[in-house]
Design a protein around this ligand. Structure first.
Ligand code: NAD
Ligand code: TYD
Length: 354
């Protein structure tokens, strides 16, 4: 079958990637979507069971650092667009194992860029390399009402954000040096279904369900700006098709929450949906040693994206968190498959080794 476009989505078995793959496969039957994923601990094909039989979908297990394999894939599938999400994504893991983060996030991105540049050498016309990044590259804000904009200077603090910053610089360098048609977006914290339960929201929902402690780092005063993952996927769709080449867009929902306040909303929602009396699970809150280099506040200004491309979040936070909690409670098998076995050992070690 001849497709109108052949799009390589990397990291499509992960949290955000699976939502992007689902959106593109369902919305664009005329596109062939090739999901490339190494299936690290964070990659899970159970995130995609609803679309895996679709005729415009192909899964390939591969490592983005394997340059020869990337060259082969560009050729085999006549790739003309890349949406690059594959990465090591958890700050706490990056503190323990920074080398893996540099390898995957920097060298892996470079390997993909080089494969795109060489494979598209005849003409960059109609091609696009879209790199998905994070607001964490900008560093941390104070409690002063300021926001990260597209011109905020990079100032990463964690090995994770430093590795993402490195990858962003390489993407821009490939445009400026070789003319590769790139676009970069920096998004705030995502939440929603299929997020790996080492991240705050799914971890806490699952711990409440099991009556386990809720480890709040420091005093719980750090602020994060939360966006429902499907809204991020919608933004990626708009920017992949209409974003200006060589440009950068910030993606966020103007939705800042102090960790402890967010945690109380999660507790209240889970308790209500489980039929517990209000406040039952507040006793699980346990203040633990703070994360090293813990960024105080993130807040994204996404005005440019709204003004230039008309994107806005579709969900209010109250609605998004309700949907999210319901999803994790309704999909306990998905969660239990992850949290048994090796993961359990890893998770315990995160706390005993701190
Ligand atoms: P995730 O950890 O859930 O998924 C990452 C996916 O990449 C996994 O499926 C994993 O198997 C795959 N992967 C890892 N190393 C690979 C390699 N070497 N080769 C091929 N595949 C590999 O991450 P996520 O939360 O879905 O984040 C996706 C992207 O979005 C990342 O680039 C991240 O930096 C960025 N981002 C995330 C957030 C967030 O809140 N989660 C916010 C902004 C930006
Ligand atoms: P996380 O979901 O790891 O995202 P990020 O570090 O990329 O923002 O953490 C969100 C916030 O929650 C962050 O300020 C760290 C805090 N946090 C806890 O207090 N306890 C936890 O167990 C985790 C995982 C995070």
């Amino acid at each position: 079958m001849e497709f109108k476009r052949n799009i390589l989505i990397t990291g499509g078995a992960g949290f955000i990637g699976s939502h992007v793959v689902r959106l593109f496969v369902n919305k664009y039957p005329e596109y062939h979507i090739i999901n490339l994923d190494k299936l690290t601990y964070a990659g899970n094909l159970a995130n995609l069971t609803d679309i895996e039989e679709m005729p415009n979908y192909t899964f390939v297990r591969a490592d983005i650092c394997d340059f020869d394999k990337m060259m082969e894939l560009f050729k085999t599938f006549s790739i003309d667009g890349v949406i690059h999400l594959a990465a090591e994504s958890h700050v706490d893991r990056s503190i323990k194992d920074p080398l893996t983060f540099a390898q995957t996030n920097v060298m892996g991105t470079l390997s993909l860029l080089q494969a795109a540049k060489l494979s598209w050498a005849d003409s960059f016309e109609g091609k696009r390399f879209y790199h998905i990044s994070t607001d964490e590259v900008y560093g941390a804000l104070h409690f002063d009402g300021t926001f990260f904009t597209e011109t905020t200077k990079y100032n990463p603090h964690s090995p994770y954000s430093a590795s993402k910053a490195g990858s962003d610089h390489f993407v821009r360098a490939f445009h400026d040096t070789y003319g590769l048609p790139t676009v970069v977006t920096n998004c705030s914290n995502n939440y929603g279904p299929y997020q790996f339960p080492e991240k705050l929201i799914p971890l806490f929902i699952n711990n409440i369900r099991h009556g386990k402690p809720l480890p709040v780092y420091g005093k719980g005063e750090n602020v994060r700006d939360w966006l429902y993952v499907v809204d991020h996927a919608r933004a990626i769709d708009v920017i992949f098709h209409e974003g200006k080449i060589a440009d950068t867009y910030n993606i966020g929902g103007f939705n800042e929450w102090k960790n402890i306040d967010l945690i109380k909303v999660i507790i209240k929602t889970v308790d209500r949906l489980l039929g517990n009396a209000e406040g039952t699970s507040e006793k699980l809150i346990t203040y633990v040693t703070d994360r090293a280099g813990h960024d105080l506040r993130y807040a994204i200004d996404s005005t440019k994206l709204k003004n230039e491309l008309g994107w806005e979040p579709s969900l209010q936070f109250e609605e998004g968190i309700e949907k999210t909690v319901r999803w994790y409670l309704d999909n306990q098998e998905w969660m239990d498959n992850i949290t048994s076995g090796e993961y359990e050992k890893y998770y315990e070690s995160m706390y005993t080794d701190r």
